[in-house]
Structure formats: structure tokens, C-alpha cells
Design a protein around this ligand. Structure first.
Ligand code: NAD
Length: 254
């Protein structure tokens, strides 16, 4: 009998998948039967580990090194995926950086790094996969935003601006691409315990952070991956242009 969520025969490209939310997503998608391209930037060993766990689910897995802030590297990665598998069904734009920068101290290079990695990368990858998805009769794009994109974030205004832009980009592309059977959705996590946020979650701000989350804890990466998988699945075939908040209720209190 077919599983309720079954990605067998699907091909998924996930950016920043050697750790954190990207890793959890890769492993969950492998459990659901999807073949994978796991993008990493620096840590090949960690990417190999993720790939070897994923392969125990009897799926095909490739790892691919690319700096997603580079247009040409994004394009080469999509070409690689297409050559290897002959299609790309699902693109998960997960990569992101979150750096402290008060507005009057923010350098131009800090600003550009965040804009380019968090936002431009999504334009590069999406622009390259869309013609392939159009040709193959459909596809699924899932972007990772943040509560910061909805309510802003002090000292991280560049980050929050990219995450807000990801929400409007998702909505724009969902209507632009709907007639091609390409769904475009977004998951907006609140605090998640990953390398990105761990030092804040165990530091002096811990109490202040947890006080703003009705569920009184940060998410595990797997809890974000669940929402991403749902959007990629056939349970979500009528959902496009949607932002799924996964934040323990936090956005209600911010
Ligand atoms: P993370 O730091 O563990 O993962 C980020 C990934 O991006 C890493 O695998 C890293 O290697 C990769 N990366 C960094 N620079 C890259 C580059 N130039 N090219 C390719 N890959 C690169 O953080 P995470 O928490 O797993 O974050 C995943 C996504 O979730 C991000 O978009 C982040 O903004 C978002 N998010 C995280 C939280 C949180 O609390 N952790 C909250 C809201 C949203």
C-alpha cells in the first residue's frame, strides 16, 4: 500500500543541507523516498555523513559543493542535478546566515553578504529550475523564511529584510507559476535549535527568548522539516503562495 506521504521517484535539491534544518529535511525526504542532491558549502564530511544516512533509505543521493551566493555556482548545481537525475521535482531554498549588525555599525560588505546569500541565491536557483519544471509539467519550490520576516528583528535588520522579501517573493512566484503546475510555498520558523542559534539559546537571552514562545521551547530542526515535507507532498496539492509558521505560537507574542 502507498504511504500517505510518498516521494518515491521524486528528485529534491536542498541547499545548506549538511546541518541544521537542511540536514533534517534531507533525512526526512529520504525517509519519504525522495532522491536527493544535498548542497553544502564548506563541510564536505558532514554532507557525506548526511548522504550516507539518507542512502540507508534506499534512495539515490548526491552531494554537491556550491556557494549559493554565486549565480554561476547555483546554475552549475541545477545542471548537475538535471544531468544526474533527468529532472528536478522539488527545490528547497534553505540556506541562510544570521549575523548581528546594529544599523549604524553595519558595513556594506555585511549587508551585501546577507542579501546575496539569503535572498539572491533564491532568485538564482529558482530562475534556473523554473524552465526545467515548466518542461516537465510541474514542480514544487519551498523557501525558508523566518518570524523575523514578519515582525522584524532588532540588530538583524538585514536578515529580517531578506526574510520579509522571501515571503513576498513566494507570493509573487506562486501566482506567476501556478498555471505551470509549479507550487511555491514558504516555511517561516521561529527559534530552532541549530548551529545558527544555539549560542543565543543557551546564553544570557535564553529566558527572554523562551518567554516569547507560548510553547516555552525552541523547535528541533525535524519539526521544521515536517512542515517542508507536508508542503512538498500530495497532501498539499491545493496549497500555493502560503506561509506556514512553525514557531510555537511566537509570532502572536512578538
Ligand atoms: P545553520 O547555520 O545550521 O544552516 C545553514 C546552512 O547554510 C549550513 O548548512 C551552511 O553550511 C549553509 N551555508 C552557509 N553559507 C552558505 C553558502 N555560501 N552556500 C551554501 N550553503 C551555505 O542554520 P539553520 O538554523 O539550519 O538555518 C536554515 C534556514 O532556517 C536559514 O534560512 C535560516 O535563516 C532559517 N531559520 C533558522 C532559524 C533558527 O532559529 N535556527 C529561525 C528562523 C529561520
Amino acid at each position: 500500500m502507498k504511504n500517505l506521504i510518498d516521494l518515491k521517484g521524486k528528485v529534491t535539491l536542498i541547499t545548506g543541507a549538511s546541518r541544521g534544518i537542511g540536514k533534517a529535511t534531507a533525512l526526512l525526504f529520504a525517509r519519504a523516498g525522495s532522491d536527493l542532491v544535498i548542497n553544502y558549502f564548506r563541510n564536505r564530511k558532514e554532507a557525506e555523513k548526511v548522504a550516507s544516512i539518507a542512502k540507508t533509505r534506499d534512495v539515490q543521493v548526491e552531494i554537491y559543493k556550491a556557494d549559493v551566493s554565486s549565480k554561476s555556482q547555483c546554475e552549475k548545481m541545477v545542471d548537475f542535478t538535471f544531468k544526474k537525475f533527468g529532472k528536478i521535482d522539488i527545490l528547497v531554498n534553505n540556506t541562510g546566515i544570521w549575523k548581528y549588525a546594529p544599523i549604524d555599525k553595519m558595513t556594506v560588505s555585511q549587508l551585501k553578504e546577507t542579501l546575496s546569500l539569503n535572498l539572491e541565491s533564491i532568485f538564482y536557483l529558482t530562475a534556473k529550475v523554473v524552465p526545467l519544471m515548466k518542461k516537465q509539467g510541474g514542480g514544487n519550490i519551498i523557501n525558508i523564511s523566518s518570524t523575523a520576516g514578519q515582525r522584524g528583528e532588532a540588530y538583524h535588520s538585514h536578515y529580517a529584510a531578506t526574510k520579509g522579501a522571501i515571503i513576498s517573493l513566494t507570493k509573487s512566484l506562486s501566482t506567476e507559476l501556478a498555471s505551470y503546475n509549479i507550487r511555491v510555498n514558504c516555511v517561516a520558523p521561529g527559534w530552532v535549535d541549530t548551529d545558527m542559534s544555539h549560542s543565543s539559546l543557551i546564553g544570557k537571552d535564553r529566558k527572554w527568548i523562551l518567554d516569547q514562545i507560548p510553547l516555552k521551547r525552541a523547535a528541533e530542526p525535524e519539526e521544521i522539516a515536517g512542515a517542508i515535507l507536508f508542503l512538498a507532498s500530495d497532501l498539499a496539492t491545493f496549497i500555493t503562495g502560503e506561509i506556514i509558521n512553525v514557531n510555537g505560537g511566537a509570532v502572536l507574542c512578538g
